[in-house]
Design a protein around this ligand. Structure first.
Ligand code: SF4
Length: 682
């Protein structure tokens, strides 16, 4: 029996007015942190739109979250707990009660603990919600007290986080609303037309005011088409590109030596490491013509204010950490700080000092750490073996590298997998126990942006669908069942929210205008209002810790992994359909592999042909779409696809290696090298 009953069984909220428009905020994994207006009719969400509470939201939201009513009440919504009754992967389940489900989950964890120790339990979560209450509260309390394996959440932002922290201590970046002050805007490895869409009208306004736009991306994105300069870099080639600009700035006397002397360490060492990277050598490594790199270098040196919007696209390769460090070093070398609209922005999560100690109530144990990028290997080979995998806020079969190995791991008969989610994901089909989770409009949430500098405290606007329960509630119940709870510790959403909202200023701003700003204010100017959060408040251009961590030393280039057998670079960028894999159940159409017409012609492939794309890790069968918006030698299959989006049921992650970035042990999705041929449908 399927765990999804008809939508008629959905519960209506208690005492809800027939129709109301209620405020909320989006806590999903997106920089924009929109303020929302939610229209509720007869206890159901019927429309979600942007409000003007957050000025960046400005009354509109992305198409993804507009479809939230379909997500809440669609046929894939999980409405009650269920246990597996058929083979793993078949998606055959039988409904059980919450008491039975929690007893079963607790019993399986207790048994695994007794047999192998706590490390045989692996909690597995990522950014299905960035809400402060939905992750790292009672869940962390449970798993810490069990002595479970710890998860390194490295699938995204590991290399960027390491580089940004090493160089600047995660100094808050240039606020989006200050971009129109800039004379030059550089979008590096980021596509705001697909994610973080509120930057698009701001960029248009800046261009109207005369700002130049440069885009660095292997793909001709919509904004690249409107840019003054598009550097169509080869995947993984960003490091030599940035180092060549740094070299030129020093060599041509365009480096701001005064700023570097006062505010930076390591400038001379950075200059030395950039020295080999002439424009010609960088052109060879990056695929960007030398004259275009030179044009960019001059434009950057000549423009002030100049801002770099760095994204997460160029961290996903073997050189990712060094590339991010080199790009973030550019404004320091060129002296672009100290003016409104000048500097850089990556993640602004460092603007908030979130203290989770009280919410968790348990110090972190020293148990083994499992890198999430190696879930497949861990499930196959870890010692002690993982006996209970507890998945929440995450859909690892769709989002982790080496997908087929993950699938083999999930098929293990001696593995007990719990999937606690809102909808029937690809991973949920392999679960032994499915638990229905509330979505963000169904529970209280405290959330803050990592782009827009805002924090919200949002009340639920409707009752949970079916029997869905919130994360804090379920993990607190499991703590209690396992005898791991303690009297007086925060467990309810209200108690947990209080631990994050201790500041009177924050409470008062939430009360008066619906959101709060961080201590640095809503739009700090770098090196005027905010400084590096390093111990000496300086930029560390060659931080010792990063230099030690990087396998060959920071800023060392590692060659392209292409081989004669697998010559094409596969990239898997975000789209405007899903947030990572979230909402993937709503898009069931076939998604094509994009291939440059030259690469298609040399393989006898025409538009619409069924193709096979493969390497030693796996293969994907789907159709081909010819696109001159890619550079030759690069193919594209978007990230976040589900099994129903291809003919083979596999996605780009089936071709992605589980190797690590040079910093942070992050995922190297864009190091997938593949071959493509015309095929027949399976
Ligand atoms: S996903 Fe981003 S753009 Fe869409 S509603 Fe949420 S914060 Fe706004």
């Amino acid at each position: 029996m399927s765990p999804m009953p008809d939508t008629e069984t959905l519960a209506a909220p208690a005492a809800a007015p027939a129709t109301a428009v209620l405020p909320s905020a989006c806590p999903l994994d997106c920089p924009d942190a929109c303020s929302l207006e939610v229209r509720v009719e007869e206890g159901r969400v019927v429309k979600v739109d942007g409000s003007r509470v957050n000025p960046i939201t400005d009354g509109y939201i992305c198409a993804k979250v507009r479809r939230l009513p379909e997500h809440l009440y669609g046929p894939d919504r999980l409405l009650y707990p269920a246990v597996r009754r058929g083979p793993k992967g078949s998606g055959t389940f039988e409904r059980i009660s919450w008491d039975e489900a929690l007893d079963l989950a607790a019993a399986k964890m207790r048994e695994a603990h007794e047999r192998r120790g706590g490390e045989a339990i692996l909690p597995f979560s990522y950014g299905g919600s960035n809400g402060l209450l939905t992750q790292d509260t009672t869940d962390a309390r449970l798993f810490r007290r069990l002595g479970a394996s710890r998860l390194a959440r490295t699938v995204c932002a590991a290399a960027t986080g390491r580089a940004a922290t090493g160089l600047y201590g995660k100094m808050p970046g240039v606020a989006f609303q200050d971009f129109p002050e800039a004379r030059l805007i550089v979008l590096w490895g980021v596509n705001p037309s697909a994610s973080g869409i509120h930057l698009v009208p701001i960029l248009q306004e800046a261009q109207r005011r005369g700002a130049r736009l440069v885009v660095v991306d292997p793909h001709r994105t919509p904004l690249a088409k409107k840019a003054d300069l598009h550097l169509m870099v080869r995947p993984g080639g960003d490091l030599p590109l940035a180092l060549a600009v740094i070299r030129w700035l020093f060599a041509e006397g365009r480096a701001d030596l005064g700023f570097l002397a006062e505010h930076a360490t390591g400038a001379e060492e950075l200059r030395r490491r950039a020295e080999p990277w002439t424009f010609e050598r960088a052109a060879e490594a990056s695929g960007v013509p030398a004259e275009e790199i030179e044009r960019f270098a001059s434009l950057y040196a000549d423009s002030s204010p100049a801002v770099i919007r760095a994204g997460w696209g160029f961290e996903r390769n073997r050189n990712g950490g060094s590339a991010v460090a080199a790009v973030l070093a550019l404004p320091a070398v060129a002296g672009k700080f100290g003016v409104r609209g000048g500097g850089h922005v990556l993640s602004n999560s460092g603007a908030w000092s979130v203290d989770r100690r009280e919410a968790i109530g348990e110090p972190e144990p020293s148990t083994r750490v499992v890198n999430m990028n190696r879930l497949g290997e861990t499930l196959e080979r870890a010692d002690p073996p993982v006996e209970v995998l507890f998945v929440y806020n995450c859909n690892p079969l769709a989002t982790m590298p080496d997908q087929e190995r993950v699938r083999r791991g999930l098929l293990r008969e001696d593995l007990f997998t719990v999937v606690f989610d809102q909808v029937r994901t690809d991973t949920a089909l392999y679960a032994d126990l499915v638990l229905p989770a509330t979505a963000f409009l169904e529970h209280r949430e405290v959330s803050r942006g990592y782009g827009a500098l805002v924090l919200y405290d949002s009340a639920p606007v409707v009752a949970p669908a079916g029997e869905a329960r919130s994360n804090p509630e379920v993990f607190a119940s499991l703590c209690q069942r396992l005898g791991l709870d303690r009297a007086g510790e925060p467990g309810s959403a209200a108690e947990l929210a209080d631990t994050f909202l201790a500041s009177d200023r924050v409470r008062s701003e939430l009360e008066s205008r619906g959101y709060a700003a961080p201590d640095c204010g809503p739009a700090p100017v770098q090196f005027l209002d905010s400084f590096p959060l390093t111990p000496d408040r300086k930029v560390h251009l060659v931080p010792e810790a990063l230099d030690r961590e990087s396998p060959y030393g920071l800023y060392t280039w590692q060659e392209d992994p292409a081989t004669e057998r697998y010559p094409l670079a596969l990239v898997s960028p975000a789209t405007n359909r899903t947030i990572s894999s979230t909402f993937g159940q709503l898009y069931r159409e076939r998604v094509a592999l994009e291939i440059h017409p030259e690469d298609a012609a040399s393989r006898g492939i025409a538009a619409g042909d069924v193709i096979r794309v493969w390497n030693e890790l796996g293969e994907v069968r789907t159709t081909a779409r010819l696109s001159a918006d890619l550079r030759p030698g690069v193919v594209l299959l978007p990230k976040g696809l589900w099994s129903h989006n291809t003919l083979s049921g596999t996605t780009a992650n089936a071709l992605a290696p589980d190797t690590y970035t040079d910093l942070g042990e992050g995922a190297c999705f864009n190091d997938a090298r593949v071959q493509v041929e015309k095929a027949v449908a399976v």
